[in-house]
Design a protein around this ligand. Sequence first.
Ligand SMILES: [Zn+2]
Length: 113
Amino acid sequence: MHELGVTEQLLSLALRHAEAADAKRIVALNLVIGEFSSVVDESLQFYWDFMAKGTIAENAELHFERVPGLFRCSECGHEFGMDDFEGRCPNCGGSQVSVVDGVQFSLANIEIE
Ligand SMILES: [Zn+2]
């Protein structure tokens, strides 16, 4: 995922919410970010500082809630995290493994004044 496009979308979404709520300023954005989503929070903050300049979202802080990645084995149903994943299910050794959580990237809410 490219952070520039993501930041653009995030900014317009936040501004739309803030305008609808008659906000004078956006203080913070609370984001939910999965371990497997390829968004890098440091570069997101960098683009944010750059793009939000001159808007009511200038100087808003980005808060990240990290959701750990989760796999599920389709053979035995075992669920496990990134640390236990070595290309196979750590429980039965099965190779039919799918991602069940950790790919999300979303705006949970914004804090306004
Ligand atoms: Zn298994």
